[in-house]
Design a protein. Structure first.
Length: 530
């Protein structure tokens, strides 16, 4: 087993939580309440409520349902520890809920006082006074009677604000920080082979890019410990042996593996141990099912089609859309038919022609606007056939032709660059490496300086993928600790190739990257990514 370790040391603050025995009480769900709002009310996490209520689903609770919750008398303590080199440790802080009586005060009625006068005196409405004192009759008060005075709207606002402050404090106190982030990278490095395979070159690039992200974060005070493990090519018990290693039991992040048969046991292990798990390559939809700690970087395009349709409708509103049948064995008719159904639902007009019927194709083009042609196949052969057909046609004066295609079109740049620019080709993708971008060039320079080599020329660029994974997850886990999952949309990690925007299918699934990019080539040779 090949192990590579990288240690970076510095002092950071850590939060420690004093555990307590939990006593329970019942809470009856009210209309409009969610598990999250109940968790805030009792100053506990949603996950702890789910543990106390087996069978309850986070996104489906009903009014009248009774839930187990920690007893109201239970208090959570937070102790703040600092390094031994600090001048003086801070004192422990005890967080208490603001307990208040049901009513603000009592009032003894005096002569000539009325409900109206008392409501003005205490800043409440007459209705509130009557509700707090059901025995009263509106407008009639007897001298000497003791009545309840409810809280005013101003009192209530101050109370709610204080409750929110305390809940925020309690939530921060419950967050576990990681003074040193421990990471395991499990990839097929082919360390036992005499000659490095092509796959191993790519995976080594991924690991190298990850180390560059570590170094960048180290310069901002992050502590990271990385160990790399070689994933064997064929199925054996090796992955189980890796997961049994003592150092794997308390890592915060696992990146890899890439073999489908190895991914699932690692995902299960990560779920059981509460470890964040990143699947860098596979886009198998089943991998994140019932594995809430697993993040899938490579999006499954079938889940992204709705986003493609939505963005296309915005970018090409008012344009003339023409579907071109390529009669290619790589025709993606399921995608094309869904596209047409979306257009029908939105009352967007389009036409369909065959690439073999030049007359019909010419007639489908409008001379006074933008024509967007969508071929049914994204293969190189289909792309070349369509472009050659357009080159041979006499396109009407004043008309503009654009081609809208597929993620694999980004591999065409060296071979078909002239056509990509001439026909203003646009395609959707979840990743894109723009070699002309300043941040990409800066990364490539750094990569060469560190490793004395270029990234392997592939799609995606694996060094950039490794960097983006490291930058995103190490920053998130360091900054938010155990609250990382709750703050996925609260931080931004600039990416080189793989922007990351994760969502869950349901409360018990893992996370899938839902990023969608539209890449457009311009006639002047520039590339626009948005």
């Amino acid at each position: 087993m090949k192990t590579i370790a990288l240690f970076i040391a510095s002092w950071v603050l850590s939060l420690a939580i004093n555990a307590q025995t939990i006593s329970l009480q019942k809470h009856e769900v009210q209309s409009g309440e969610t598990l999250y709002s109940i968790a805030r009310q009792y100053q506990v996490s949603v996950s702890s409520l789910l543990e106390l209520n087996p069978g309850v689903e986070a996104d489906h609770i009903m009014a009248g349902q009774r839930l187990n919750v920690p007893a109201a008398s239970q208090q959570e303590k937070r102790s703040v520890s600092v390094p031994a080199t600090a001048v003086q440790p801070q004192e422990s802080i005890v967080l208490q809920a603001v307990n208040r009586p049901r009513y603000k005060t009592k009032h003894e009625v005096k002569k000539k006082e009325t409900i109206y006068s008392l409501s003005r005196q205490y800043g409440v409405t007459e209705e509130q006074l009557i509700k707090a004192n059901p025995d009263l009759k509106k407008g009639k008060l007897k001298k000497g009677v003791i009545i309840n005075i409810p809280y005013s709207a101003e009192d209530e606002a101050k109370y709610q604000e204080e409750q929110r402050r305390l809940q925020d404090e309690a939530r921060k106190a419950m967050v576990k920080k990681y003074p040193v982030l421990k990471v395991a990278v499990i990839l097929p490095f082919s360390s036992m082979e005499e000659k490095m395979t092509l796959e191993a070159q790519k995976m080594t690039n991924l690991y190298q890019g990850f180390l560059l992200a570590v170094d960048s974060l180290k310069q901002h005070g992050y502590n990271v410990e990385v160990r790399a493990y070689d994933e064997v090519g064929k199925y054996t018990a090796s992955i189980d042996n890796v997961l049994k290693l003592p150092e794997l039991q308390d890592v915060q992040l696992i990146v890899g593996p890439i073999r489908k048969w190895n991914i699932k046991p690692v995902a299960t292990f990560a779920h059981e141990k509460g470890i964040t798990h990143v699947v860098p390559l596979s886009n198998d939809l089943s991998l994140v099912n019932e594995r809430p700690n697993t993040f899938q970087i490579n999006a499954n395009y079938s889940l992204m089609y709705s986003q493609v349709y939505n963005r296309f409708s915005v970018f090409h509103k008012g344009h003339n859309v023409v579907f071109v049948s390529m009669n290619d064995r790589a025709d993606n008719m399921a995608y094309i038919n869904d596209f047409k159904r979306e257009f029908d639902a939105r009352s967007i007009k389009y036409s369909s022609v065959s690439v073999a019927d030049e007359t019909t194709l010419i007639n489908a083009l409008k001379s006074d606007g933008v024509n967007v042609l969508i071929p049914t196949s994204g293969s190189p052969a289909a792309f070349e056939t369509l472009c050659k057909k357009l080159d041979s046609m006499e396109i009407p004066n004043g008309s503009s032709v654009m081609l809208f295609g597929y993620p694999e079109w980004q591999t065409f740049s060296s071979r078909y660059d002239k056509w990509l620019c001439k026909y203003q080709c646009q395609f959707y993708t979840s990743f894109y490496s723009n070699s002309n971008a300043v941040h990409t060039q800066r990364f490539n320079t750094l990569f060469r300086r560190w490793f004395n080599q270029e990234q392997h020329n592939s799609f995606p660029k694996y060094g950039e993928l490794g960097h983006d994974i490291g930058a995103y997850f190490l920053k998130g886990l360091h900054d938010y600790g155990s609250a990382f999952y709750e703050n996925l949309h609260s931080f931004i990690s600039p990416s080189i190739e793989f922007p990351m925007n994760f969502e869950k299918k349901n409360s018990w699934s893992g996370y899938q990257n839902k990023t969608i990019l539209f890449v457009t080539y311009r006639p002047d040779g520039t590339v626009v990514v948005r």
